[in-house]
Ligand binder design. Structure first.
Ligand code: RB5
Length: 145
């Protein structure tokens, strides 16, 4: 799978670790920035990477900021992006099963690396359940504002 990566300065270190993790799992990725731990604005990278997913360059994304909150809020402004900010394993699993989340957002300042790694593994492997959840997902995009 091709994964879009995005982070601000507060998520930069995890983004770099995630590259190694994805390499080890045999996934490929496109890094939409940021490129260093210099202060950066999370919406810039959320928008770039979300647009990459929507253009079909990547199937899904893993976005990181300090809390996972800001970068997921920005990503969710894009119709067709379903970004789930997760702090526990079950949330990461359910975001795939019920919500077909195409972006996992992680807070580097809130989630310790071993849990972040576990969440990524589960999130990558868990399929969308479909069925009754499909109609609900379609309803998300019915609104313009
Ligand atoms: C940056 O200090 C921090 O505000 C940002 O990474 C993120 O946590 C925002 O939601």
């Amino acid at each position: 799978m091709i994964i879009a990566l995005a982070a601000d300065h507060a998520g930069f270190a995890y983004k770099e670790r995630i590259k190694d993790l994805l390499d080890g799992l045999g996934h490929t990725f496109i890094d939409y920035g940021t490129e260093s731990a210099e202060r950066a604005d999370y919406p810039d990278y959320a928008h770039r990477a979300s647009e990459g997913i929507l253009r079909g360059e990547c199937e899904r994304g893993i976005f990181v900021c300090g809390t996972g909150i800001g970068i997921s809020i920005a990503a969710n402004r894009h119709r067709g992006i379903r970004a789930a900010s997760c702090q526990i394993l079950e949330a990461a699993r359910m975001s795939r099963l019920h919500n077909d989340a195409n972006v996992l957002a992680i807070g580097e300042r809130l989630v310790a690396w071993p849990l972040a790694e576990e969440m990524i593994l589960v999130w990558l492997e868990t399929p969308f359940e479909g069925g009754r959840h499909s109609a609900r997902i379609e309803k998300i995009d019915l609104r313009d504002s």
